[in-house]
Design a protein around this ligand. Structure first.
Ligand code: HDD
Length: 701
């Protein structure tokens, strides 16, 4: 009987033979000259044929005996682990934190006192509502979790990109998440808050309003994970060597400034690129354009806190930085993409209870509940208590204890005694004893009013701070909040929920509620009086993105549309000017390969339908008249410019583009449309959105 040979291995590029590579078990493996290891089973048995299973005869059944096939399939069948119950979709990166201002006056934590030390970090950014495979750009808050591998153990700052949270007490977390996630009977919508159960919960739970308003603002639509702020949200404590405590709130400030998309753009990016934020972070790090954030602290005393018109233990409240300034103390730089997504980004386990000496929790009831939840969920998600031994989770400082055994124990502890105190340990045994320098909880005074299920009095003020946020926004930002509320409520089927939501919004601001009602075409419902009437706080200009917008092309992307015969000198001049200003420039064409005016056929970065203007901050076009005439018939090209114009982007448009494509797209050039020869004008225009254009394109509610 003729035997068929396995298909030949496809041609492979030779790989650099670097340091001896290791198998999964960490043992050095035999490497062939082409850089490949010898393929083995998980038991190390060399495999001779990875293409065909073992069959009884040429066209016969597969044999159970084929342990190689069975092992391969079994392992594959078990590849998935439960996704995170929230924050399932995320992207992470390695980096370091460098302190430049010591807080030795306030804390013993070496992380915040030793300015010469670079502390390794792993950061993970996430959306909250969607599953692991959902898109990067829904309207949502973004998780901002940082694991500091300090010399005194791991410290996790598990925050978000908004400074406030939706609920005040961990008791409400499952309710909040059940209301936000897809509805349980129909299993939609995925990764969206625009549905009945979310707004039902919001309108029945007024404490959610502050964070909800942040989510409805353009903060819910970040341009890039490199351009979000981060917040520890809760009040924490710093504890000095005498055991004295100072309250602290943590802030991350992106070097690239805070920047957001607008709604239509953010939604359309979901179609253009599901992985928009992940790709953006990956490409920046791979290009050596490392994202960086300054770490800031707001420090305040118990006495100062007593004077605040809100409760500093209430996670739905922020402390305006006009009241307590933010001091910048150090910088985090993310400079290495993980080698393996699953091993690192998926298996990383952040936990607010990972706390180091010199820092401590406050009595914030939301934080207190979190101290339980994360370890609990990780025991399920990662399959047992030894997930702390995974390289991404293990401390990078020496550690030792008497914890033993359990599923997937990877270490091999030595010695007879796995308990403390003991008198049997020998040198070299895995044993340890406590130290005076260890973690000590701050000795807070105990309350005298007894055990109760209760919220502190000021927690009942749910509207002063949403009002402050609203009053801190520019007119454009407010219009976007109104549009977002109108959009979301238009997706709610139950009218009583819409009515209740608008009625509640009157407690934030009458004009806001009126504008939302008008946008929905409904009468303004009667106000629902709140549990506690709001006060008027001073606006906090620091909360507005636009008031603090950074005019820069650093970290931004420019797309230039070219085609057959495009003037190469003009393309290069435009590219050079944008790159000099810090932008990443991509050339796009109707086909992937084109010859510009120099006759050289080159591969472009993308094709216009696969790389639409949505993924750029500003665009240009350099086309011959003939090509422009031809391209004016292509819907992808028309959409390229219609979207760029509609999303308020600067456009460097050549004569052909104006004469033919703009005409087909119905675009009337304004001050944000410049000639491609005017490279300086283009760079200046590209640094900002053309906000003046917005009212000419749509009615702002
Ligand atoms: Fe949480 C994950 C942030 C309240 C329970 N949370 C999780 C992540 C972030 C946050 C960024 C993802 C971490 C990662 O990348 O792996 N969570 C917050 C913030 C909160 C907050 C800023 C309020 C200030 N969380 C919160 C409460 C509870 C949880 C009140 C429960 C009582 N969070 C969890 C969790 C998750 C989680 C269920 C899911 C996966 C995980 O922990 O490891 O335990």
């Amino acid at each position: 009987m003729a035997t068929r040979k396995p298909p030949a291995r496809p041609e492979q590029k030779p790989r650099k033979a670097d340091a001896p590579r290791r198998g999964n078990g960490g043992e050095p493996r035999q490497q062939a000259e082409d850089g490949y290891d010898t393929l083995t089973t998980a038991q190390g048995i060399p495999v001779s044929d990875n293409q065909n299973s073992l069959r009884a005869f040429e066209r016969g059944p597969t044999l159970l005996e084929d342990f190689i096939l069975r092992e391969k399939i079994t392992h594959f069948d078990h590849e998935r682990i439960p996704e995170r119950v929230v924050h399932a979709r995320g992207s992470g990166a390695h980096g370091y934190f460098q302190l430049n201002k010591s807080l030795a006056k306030y804390t013993t934590a070496r992380l915040f006192t030793e300015t010469k030390v670079r502390t390794p970090v792993f950061a993970r950014f996430s959306t909250v509502a969607g599953g692991a495979g959902s898109v990067d750009t829904p309207r949502d808050v973004r998780g901002f979790a940082v694991k500091f591998y300090t010399q005194e153990g791991n410290f996790d700052l598990v925050g978000n990109d908004f400074p406030v949270f939706a609920i005040q007490d961990a008791m409400k977390f499952p309710d909040l998440v059940h209301a936000l996630k897809m509805e349980p009977d129909r299993a939609f919508p995925q990764a969206a808050s625009a549905h009945d159960t979310f707004w039902d919960f919001v309108s029945l739970t007024p404490e959610t309003w502050h964070m909800t308003l942040w989510a409805m603002s353009d903060r819910g639509l970040p341009r890039s994970l490199r351009m979000i702020e981060g917040f520890g949200i809760h009040t924490f404590r710093l504890v000095d060597k005498n055991g004295r405590s100072t309250f602290v709130k943590f802030h991350w400030r992106p070097h690239l400034g805070v920047q957001s998309h607008i709604w239509d753009e953010h939604m359309k990016i979901q179609h253009a690129d599901n992985d928009f934020h992940r790709r953006d972070l990956f490409e920046a790090i791979q290009a050596g354009d490392f994202p960086a954030w300054d770490l800031g602290v707001q420090l305040f005393t118990e006495e100062q806190a007593a004077e605040f018109p809100f409760d500093h233990l209430d996670a739905t409240k922020l402390i305006p930085e006009e009241l307590v300034p933010v001091q910048l103390i150090g910088t985090m730089v993310l400079d290495r993409w993980p080698d393996n997504f699953f091993a690192e980004t998926e298996q990383v386990a952040f936990c607010p209870a990972n706390m180091i000496p010199g820092i401590d929790f406050s009595d914030d009831p939301l934080l207190q509940g979190r101290l339980f939840s994360y370890l609990d969920t990780q025991l399920l998600r990662l399959g047992g208590p030894n997930f702390t031994q995974l390289p991404i989770n293990a401390p990078k400082c020496p550690f030792a204890n008497h914890q033993r055994d359990g599923h997937m124990q990877i270490t091999t502890p030595k010695g007879r005694a796995a308990y403390d105190p003991n008198s049997l340990s020998q040198p070299g045994d895995t044993t340890a004893r406590e130290t005076a320098a260890g973690f000590r909880s701050f000795r807070a005074a105990a309350g005298e009013d007894g055990k109760q299920r209760i919220r502190a009095e000021l927690f009942a003020d749910h509207f002063s701070q949403p009002r402050m946020f609203w009053n801190s926004l520019t007119d454009i930002e407010r219009a976007h909040v109104v549009s977002a509320l109108v959009f979301e409520l238009s997706k709610v089927e139950n009218e009583h929920i819409v009515v209740r939501t608008v009625a509640q919004a009157r407690n934030i601001d009458e004009a806001l509620a009126k504008r939302v009602a008008d946008g929905l075409g409904m009468p303004l419902p009667a106000r629902i009086p709140p549990a506690r009437e709001p006060i008027d706080m001073l606006p906090s200009p620091a909360l507005s993105i636009l008031r603090n917008a950074k005019e820069t092309l650093q970290g931004r992307a420019i797309g230039i549309l070219v085609s057959e015969g495009s003037d190469v000198a003009q393309v290069n001049a435009l590219r050079k000017a944008a790159e000099k200003a810090g932008a990443q420039v991509k050339l796009i064409g109707p086909k992937l390969h084109v010859a510009l005016s120099d006759g050289k056929r080159r591969r472009l970065d993308g094709k216009v339908d696969g790389m639409p203007s949505l993924v750029f901050d500003a665009v240009g076009s350099v086309l011959s008249l003939d090509e422009a005439r031809k391209l004016a018939k292509e819907s992808a090209v028309i959409d390229f410019f219609r979207d760029a114009f509609g999303h308020l982007k600067a456009i460097a448009a050549c004569g052909g583009t104006r004469a033919h494509i703009f005409k087909a797209a119905g675009i009337k050039p304004d001050a944000g449309v410049v000639e491609p020869e005017d490279t300086a004008g283009f760079v200046a225009a590209a640094k900002v959105r053309q906000w003046a254009r917005e009212p000419t394109l749509r009615t702002l509610p």
